[in-house]
Design a protein around this ligand. Structure first.
Ligand code: ZN
Ligand code: FE
Length: 259
């Protein structure tokens, strides 16, 4: 059953290019922070909102996502949920979760989607009733996470799960990388009108110092080359007309690494 109140969300810049996120359930008064990039910034934001942090939900073990867990836990007593496969590398995990598990925020719940590739244990949190996805470093606006630990096939499998979600899903990515992602995307898909419009919009937003996050699944499906390895124009440009989607995806990722 959808909750009678909408999920409340606050997004704020952290560290050099991370975003911090708070999600709040007004009925129960529970508040979760998604990852813990900067405990001081997160505590300030919670205070400004008048929310008390009761949970920390980690997407993966990298320091800019889990490095603030212990400080935040000490300051708030929050319960920490994190990916089971990364448990040994994430400080303070109380609740280790896997694909399909439900995580509660009051009466509301998010479903865990296992999205390995950036790290072997990466997970995302999907509030299906609210149409909101916290994707960590798996997908970025016009980009995707670097494959530090996983293979292209693994990452493509993870991204394919996201493609099955409703198109109007609002996607919160953990970094503001969109402008540089757009420059690369235009090298593999230069004639895509949706991408060109998106890139122009991003330039305008960044010129005003405004965030390009969140995005939507519909916008990414139309313009993000990492979600479009099936696209004939991209395949032709890469000379990979006959390849599998995962191979085309891998080639786009390889080119981005060298960009
Ligand atoms: Zn990361
Ligand atoms: Fe990160």
């Amino acid at each position: 059953m959808p909750s009678s109140t909408p999920l409340q969300t606050r997004q704020f810049p952290c560290l050099s290019d991370n975003y911090g996120f708070l999600v709040h359930d007004a009925v129960s008064g529970e508040t979760a922070c998604i990852d813990s990039p900067d405990p001081d910034a997160i505590l300030r934001e919670a205070e400004a909102a008048g929310w008390r942090i009761t949970q920390i939900w980690n997407t993966h073990h990298h320091h800019d996502h889990a490095g603030g867990n212990l400080a935040l836990k000490a300051a708030t007593g929050a319960r920490v949920t994190g990916p089971a496969y990364d448990r040994a590398r994430i400080p303070g995990v109380d609740n280790a979760v896997r694909e399909g598990d439900r995580v509660k925020l009051g009466a509301r719940e998010a479903r865990v989607i296992f999205t390995p590739g950036h790290t072997t244990g990466h997970i995302a949190y999907h509030f299906a009733d609210d149409g909101v996805l916290f994707i960590g470093d798996t997908l970025f606006a016009l980009g995707c996470g670097r494959l530090f630990e996983g293979t292209p096939a693994q990452m493509w499998d993870s991204l394919s799960k996201l493609l099955a979600l409703p198109e109007d899903t609002v996607i919160y990515c953990a970094h503001e990388y969109t402008q540089s992602n757009a420059r690369f995307a235009l090298t593999v898909d230069p004639d895509n009108p949706a991408l060109r419009e998106y890139a122009a919009r991003v330039d305008a937003l960044r010129a005003e110092g405004r965030p390009t996050v969140p995005t939507t699944l519909a916008a990414e499906k139309a313009a993000n080359p990492f979600l479009r390895p099936h696209d004939a124009a991209i395949r032709a440009r890469l000379g990979m007309e006959q390849a599998q989607d995962a191979e085309v995806f891998g080639e786009i990722r390889r080119r981005k690494d060298a960009f």
